[in-house]
Design a protein around this ligand. Structure first.
Ligand SMILES: Nc1ncnc2c1ncn2[C@@H]1O[C@H](COP(=O)(O)OP(=O)(O)OP(=O)(O)O)[C@@H](O)[C@H]1O
Ligand SMILES: [Mg+2]
Length: 323
């Protein structure tokens, strides 16, 4: 082979290699762009991942109006779900007011709280308090003193992702009253909402506003997924007052709110006794309110259970002269 021929040969080989290199570079670039597009598609405009949780089912206990029984219901329902064998966490979103730990009877064991976790001052498993009544249940208390803005959607999402990785099946979010930031934060990731309502007009009106928000401002609505499953929990029900038209009836409230009924909890002095002693009312098996919460949990988990405690209890006179 002449020197010229060898040179020509070498240039051809070099050109081929260069072309090959270029092709691999192009392919790599295309791959990178593809991954970037995919990554962007996985994240919404708030930087929150669109990926679904593996096992975690998010339930918010919400109401709009204050003082209707959200914390009482969160404690009872989370305890009931855990008692059925599901790994459950109950989270207090009421920054500044911290009530859930009292009702769950773990206030003396609070060291770290939800905001400590979000701000990286504590690990989630340091802040979660194992419930003393039932297995599979953990409480994440709210912060009593810190600034409300410390609760962020990104922070909440990170906590939920970690709970999901820890194989939690349910997280029950106890919402603060109102329709401001804290309440919106509590409902944003919900798959299911327990709309807690008292049988009176102002409570029903505020519940209706919350249902509107669930349909417009939740993650499910933003991602155009199936809407949040909103269910009605009617609390502090007094059949004798309904009969005297002093309270709205179950039917009245259902007609106004048009969401499926999860349960009716009667007014009962046992509820205050239970919260004062730090034992969720569902553990009081002799109490009608406890039994009604147990029924609600059964329904939440898909069982059909008839309604109880919605009609007036017959006194001795009524029992003797039963019509
Ligand atoms: N079924 C019931 N019978 C009698 N009292 C009840 C019942 N449910 C709740 N209560 C009482 O109503 C009051 C408010 O309950 P709770 O704190 O659960 O409401 P909340 O909606 O969480 O209030 P907030 O909006 O302030 O967070 C408490 O004193 C509680 O004991
Ligand atoms: Mg509360």
């Amino acid at each position: 082979m002449s020197e010229q021929e060898i040179k020509k040969d070498n240039t051809e080989v070099e050109a081929k290699e260069e072309k090959k290199e270029e092709q691999t570079k192009d392919a790599e670039k295309a791959k990178e762009t593809e991954a970037k597009v995919e990554k962007e598609a996985d994240v919404d405009e708030n930087g929150l991942s669109k990926a679904p949780f593996k096992n975690l089912h998010v339930i918010v206990v919400t109401s709009g109006k204050g003082g209707v029984g959200k914390t009482t219901s969160s404690a009872a329902i989370a305890t009931g779900i855990a008692r059925k064998g599901h790994k459950t966490a109950v989270l207090d979103f009421d920054v500044g007011l911290r009530n859930l730990d009292l009702i769950m009877g773990c206030e003396r064991r609070v060291v770290y709280d939800f905001i400590n976790v979000i701000q990286g001052e504590a690990k989630l498993n340091q802040a979660l308090i194992k419930d003393r009544h039932v297995d599979n249940l953990y409480v994440l208390p709210a912060s009593q003193t810190k600034d409300k803005d410390a609760l962020t959607l990104k922070g909440v999402e990170a906590v939920f992702r970690e709970l999901d990785d820890m194989n939690f099946e349910y997280v029950v979010c106890d919402s603060p009253a109102g329709i401001e930031a804290g309440a919106l934060m509590a409902l944003y990731f919900a798959d299911e909402a327990i709309v807690t309502t008292n049988p009176e007009v102002s409570s029903v009106r505020d519940s209706d506003r919350i249902i509107g928000i669930l349909n417009a401002k939740s993650r499910r609505s933003e991602l155009e997924m199936e809407p949040v499953a909103a269910k009605l929990l009617l609390t502090r029900y007094v059949p004798s007052r309904v009969k005297k038209a002093e309270m709205l009836s179950v039917e009245d409230v259902q007609e106004l709110l048009t969401i499926p009924l999860l349960g009716v909890i009667p007014e009962s002095a046992d509820v205050l006794k239970a919260s004062n002693s730090g034992n969720p009312i569902i553990l009081d098996e002799a109490s009608d309110a406890g039994k009604a919460y147990e029924d609600a949990v059964e329904r939440l988990l898909g069982k059909e259970v008839p309604l109880r405690f919605t009609t007036e209890k017959k006194g001795l006179f009524g029992k003797i002269f039963k019509k």
